[in-house]
Every structure is written in C-alpha cells, then in structure tokens.
Design a binder for this molecule. Structure first.
Ligand code: WT7
Length: 648
C-alpha cells in the first residue's frame, strides 16, 4: 500500500480538456463560483431543475444534527421526475433503456414504454396492499423489471431495499427481517457466465427461515427454470401485471419521504441499512450525473456497468440518468460471456458515448490485453468514468488510451453508499485531469482532511477525509438504529461526517484517496467487513478462532485473507488444504460469492496484544509478503514467527 501511495504521489501527468470538448461542455466554471458564494442557494437552484408538485420554500434544516432535512416543505414524485416529465416534454419516443441480456436477447424501451410499465407495476403493488412507507425487497438480475420495480415502488411512496443477486439466503433473510419487507420481488433465475442461477430458490430458502412480514413474492419469468411454488404467497409478475389498470397518476410525496434502504458493510458483523430520501437525493444524483459525465441527453448513449444491487446502480443506473432523460445501456451478464470482448461489442453495437465502470474491471481487461478491445469500434466513446476504489495511474492511462483512444476525459469519482451521490470528481471540460487523483469536491460540497484530533492537516500531510457541511443526498440515518448512525459517522468529530477513508492533498490541492482507515475492505469495488467474514468463519463447526484482513491484490484492489485456528478434533480428520477449501466455500455460501476469501491459512495461534486484541496489521504484512512490522506490543512476540512459518 505504501509503495502504491508513493508511486501515486510521483504521478505528474496532467491532461487539459481539449478546446472542442470545453466548448460543448455541460458544466460551467460558474457552478463553482455560484456554489462558493451561496451554497444553499446553489443547491436550491439545482433542486428547482426537478419537477415539484409543491415547491419548497426551505432549503436545509440542520437544527438537529446529524439529522438533516432538505427542501422539507416541498412535494414531488421521484418516478414522475424520471418518467412522465420526459414524456410530457415530448421525449416519449426516446430510448430510455437498451437492454442486453447475457444470452444475446435484447430489448429497446422508450420513455413512453417505461412509463407505461411503471404505471402498471405501481397499480399492481397497490393491489397487493403496498402503501406509502412500506418496504419492498428486490432480488432481481439486471433485467428491465429491476428498474421498473424500483420506480414503481418510488411512484407510490414505498421504500425499496434492493439486495444484490449474488447474496446468500442468509444475507437476504437478515435484510428482509431488518426492513420488515411486506413483499419480495424476484425472478425464477438469472444468467451468469452462460449458466442459469436460481433466484427464486434463494428467496424460498431465505423466507423458509421465517419472515412474518412477507405476504407475497412476485416472480418475474426470466430463465424458465423450475421453481417451487407456494400458492397464495407466490405470484407471477407477468400474469398479475396483465390484469391491472394501465393508468396511474403519480401523487406527490414530501421531499423527505424515504426512497430506499440499501445495506452496506460496516465495521461490525451486522450490515447497516443506509436510508436515503427523495428530494435531496434526486437533486444530487441528477446534478452530478449531468455534469460529471457531461451528459447531452438528446445525443449521448450512457452505460454504467454497475449492478442495481449497489449504490452506483441506484444513483447512476436508475435515478440520475432517468431524471436526466438519458438513453442508457443495461447489461445483464458478465464482461467475458460468451467471449472476452462482450463489453466492447456492446459499446460498438449501441454507440455508447459515456462509460462508467470500476478500476477492478479495467485491470482485468488490462491483463487480458489490448488486442481484445482493439477488435471493436469504440470511437463513439467521449467520456470515461471510474468508481469504487482508487484508480492507479497505469489503469487510468490504459483506460484513456486503449478504451478512450487517447484523448477523452477520464473522471475518477469518489463517493459512498452513504453519500448517495458523487462528492469528489473532476468535471470534464473544466478540470485539468490528473491520473490517480479523484481531484476536487464537486460544486456545493464542503470537505476537508483532518488529523485524528479533527484539526485540518497541514500542507500535503495525510489524514482523514471528513465532510464538513450537510449535502442533499446524504444518508438520513441507519434504518432502525439512530444511535449507530451517530456513533459510526458523527461521534468522532462532533460536527463533521467521518467517511472512513484516508486522504491527502497534493501541492495543487488535488485530493488523493488512500484507502479505508477502518476494518472495512474493498474487494473489486465492493465493501466487505472483516468482522462479518470473521463471524461467518467462527460460525463453522471446525473453527475455534478467525482473523480476516484485506490484502493488496493486483486485480481486485484488495482480497480477503483469513487466518483460522481449528478446533482440536477437526485437525485429525482434515488436511489443512481441505479445511481451508471448506471454509472458503462456507463463507461464499453464508454471505455470498463476493466474500469468498482468496486464502484461508490454518494456523495454531493469532497475534494478540496483552489486552487480547488481534493485531491485524501484522497479519496484513504477512498476507502482502512484507517484512513483519513492530511486534513489541504482542503478548507473546514469538507468535508471528510461528505463524509465518506455518503460512510460508
Ligand atoms: C468506499 C465506499 C461509491 C460507489 C461504490 C462504492 C471507496 C469509492 C472511490 C474512488 C477511492 C473509492 C472508498 C469509499 N471508494 N470510490 N473513486 N477512489 N476510493 O460504494 O460500497 O459504499 O464504498 O469505496 O473507500 O469509502 P461503497
């Protein structure tokens, strides 16, 4: 990690926007000056770019920190803003979604068609007893119905909780329980890497563990695989939707109406339900989407490769792009199915002009080699975006040259599930770009880098990233747990939001993100908690103790590496390799494949301080093949030597 940072700081390349790009750029320098002069007035103006059924008169209420309200007395309908508004403005024929299924089937959906589908779905939800404020869980593959379901739920003022389709029955179950979802929307299955994976099965298994709040399961037919059926509870989406009224009027809801809950990993074993509301969230999602990606809705074809199960999919597949009337690609499958050029083929087919993806994907394409993308015509691309983890300068340059043809802007966007929208990013056409740095706060965002005591760092010193003023898309809390909300983000500095990331500024004032400072790992741009994987490991019969660290990994950024002490009786029957393999599979089963450790080392001891705290720092040194750091605070200083001998 340190070598990486040093390397980043030596990075001196700068790329000035071309005059042609600057001339047509959506973003204007005046955004920065306007926001600096009157931050709240700036956001109020951005909010007024949406349609309000009832205009707001108040912008921000921060009298009860950390609980903010934005545009509180205003009323709007989020789905109306994403759909009806564009149809009424005469853009009904514009394609909203070019959907591409993994097996090669595809569907073009116009704004008029998407609006019509969402209206029916809204009526269907109402007919199933879903009311404003009720929670609905979504467990779907990347098919149009995922977007339709989210918007239909928003349209009736209900609250969605999308659970990524790769999560296990246990993970789905705990999320359904925590949110007390009344309804689950799923599919029979989805396609991944050419195979069908069952989704309804997982829902059945999750509900089989007991979920008294769930009255119905709506099932979209996607793969045609056999599914078990519980009469009275289970309903086919297609059959039901054909029976409801096509007409639906979008009613207004307060700006602070909850819009969704999205679970993310924290430093404890229990995922946090991050709560987002309507008016402020949509304002920031739409503003950032338009300006960070230089969106010209009448001519661009935008593609964000994130799954709707993550925040990137919420803000930059569903709400931002649709609020802006964009035409976008939605792709169901994996990047290399059925062939390694699938993404580039899609870009050529739909003439994608804006691509938003993650460094981990870029690095895996780099590994395969430029000869694959070079087979396709990628000249339609004009803006490239990156999100999820720091993008190393090599990947940035490769992205710009091999994918972007060498002259188009690459924007690195820093944000979090909690921030709801992009917080730090260059604006293409305005900012000189610097590979490896996320650069500067977007207009209207106030942040700083501080010491552990909350004092601004001096010069280019590293420190902790904090957000110093409330922002429109900020999380409004953790579902059902206001105390944890305060504790996690606000107690450390009182009045500043603690992001959990290390950062520093260079001589130009550009921000470089240095990774998490807490026990949260970032694997392929996905957030995982060391505590959650540790508790999964110790839940296995054969485990006595476990410690998990995130170790640097060339492709995935970080990888999960576990150190496990087995219970005595097990060591007799299994070899270490077998035990390790079983434990890897166990974690994948319990949490989901993304959490599967890259390695599980079976050891006899773990390094602990005198007070019994596991020193993960030393295990990380070991996992990354470095010399072991200072061991003087260990209760038994010989332990690291014995662990090293067992691992190497
Ligand atoms: C964490 C948030 C925001 C959508 C994807 C992840 C890391 C995210 C960057 C970036 C450096 C980044 C941070 C952050 N992160 N984007 N451009 N540069 N780090 O959302 O799962 O909520 O994770 O991802 O560590 O705290 P998330």
């Amino acid at each position: 990690m340190n070598a990486q940072i040093d390397h980043n700081l030596e990075e001196i390349r700068r790329f000035r926007p071309s005059p042609e790009f600057a001339a047509q750029s959506v973003a204007r320098q005046s955004l920065y000056t306007d926001a600096a002069e009157d931050r709240l007035g700036f956001w109020a103006d951005r909010a007024r770019e949406l349609h309000w059924h009832k205009p707001f008169t108040k912008t921000l209420d921060w009298t009860n920190p950390p609980f903010a309200t934005w545009f509180e007395d205003g009323e709007l309908n989020v789905a109306y803003n994403c759909l009806d508004r564009h149809v009424l403005a005469g853009h009904g024929d514009r394609i909203a979604i070019h959907w591409e299924g993994e097996p090669g089937d595809s569907r073009d959906i116009s704004y008029a068609e998407l609006t019509a589908e969402v209206k029916r779905a809204a009526n269907l939800l109402t007919s199933l007893g879903i009311e404003a404020g009720d929670r609905v869980a979504i467990y779907l593959p990347m098919i149009p119905e995922a977007v339709v379901a989210m918007l239909a739920i928003a349209r009736i003022g209900a609250v969605h909780s999308v659970v990524f389709g790769g999560f296990s029955p246990d993970s789905l179950h705990s999320r359904i329980l925590d949110a007390e979802a009344k309804l689950v929307i799923t599919a029979d299955g989805g396609y991944r890497k050419g195979r069908v994976f069952g989704l309804k099965d997982t829902v059945d298994a999750a509900l089989g563990k007991g979920a008294p709040s769930v009255a119905h399961v709506l099932v979209v037919k996607r793969t045609g695989n056999d599914v078990a059926w519980e009469d009275g509870r289970d309903l086919w989406w297609g059959d039901e939707i054909a029976q409801v009224d096509a007409d639906h009027e979008a009613k207004a809801f307060p700006a602070e109406q909850p819009l969704f809950i999205l679970y993310t990993s924290g430093t404890t074993g229990k995922p946090k339900g991050i709560l987002h509301t309507s008016g402020g969230y949509l304002t920031q999602a739409a503003f950032t989407h338009r300006n960070v990606f230089d969106l010209h809705p009448e001519s661009d074809v935008y593609w964000c490769t994130a799954d709707v199960g993550w925040i990137t999919g919420h803000s930059y597949v569903v709400y931002g792009p649709l609020a802006n009337g964009a035409t976008q690609v939605l792709y169901e499958g994996t990047p290399d199915t059925p062939h390694p050029g699938r993404w580039w083929e899609i870009i050529e087919k739909y003439k994608v002009s804006i691509l938003y993806t993650a460094p981990t994907a870029i690095r895996s394409f780099m590994k395969v080699g430029r000869q694959i993308p070079q087979k396709y015509n990628l000249r339609s691309l004009r803006v490239l975006g990156s999100v999820g983890e720091p993008i190393n300068p090599e990947a940035w340059i490769w992205y710009r040259h091999v994918i972007g043809g060498g002259s188009i802007p690459v924007v690195d966007t820093w944000w979090q599930t909690e921030t709801g929208g992009i917080m730090i990013s260059a604006l293409p056409g305005i900012t000189d770009l610097k590979p490896g740095s996320a650069q500067i706060p977007i207009p209207g965002i106030s942040l700083d880098i501080v010491t552990d005591e909350g004092e601004p760092v001096s010069g280019t010193d590293g420190g902790l990233l904090v957000i110093t003023e409330p922002w429109p898309a900020m999380l409004r809390g953790i579902w059902g747990d206001p105390e944890r909300f305060k504790e996690t983000y606000w107690d450390k500095f009182g009045d500043k939001y603690f992001a959990g990331d290390g950062a520093r500024r260079d001589e130009d004032g550009d921000i470089w993100l240095l990774g998490r400072v807490d026990d949260v790992m970032n694997v392929s741009g996905h957030r995982l908690s060391t505590a959650e994987i540790e508790s999964s490991l110790v839940a296995h019969d054969m485990t006595a103790e476990a410690a998990v660290v995130g170790a640097a990994d060339e492709t995935t950024g970080q990888a999960v590496v576990a150190f496990v002490i087995l219970k005595e009786r097990q060591t007799v029957t299994l070899t270490n390799e077998e035990a390790s393999e079983q434990l890897r599979a166990h974690v994948a089963r319990q949490i989901g494949a993304i959490a599967r450790p890259r390695q599980v080392f079976i050891v006899n001891e773990l390094p602990k301080t005198r007070s019994g705290k596991i020193m993960r720092r030393l295990l990380r040194d070991l996992a990354e093949g470095r010399e072991i750091g200072d061991t003087t605070t260990l209760a038994d200083t010989a332990v690291m030597q014995s662990i090293t001998d067992q691992v190497r």
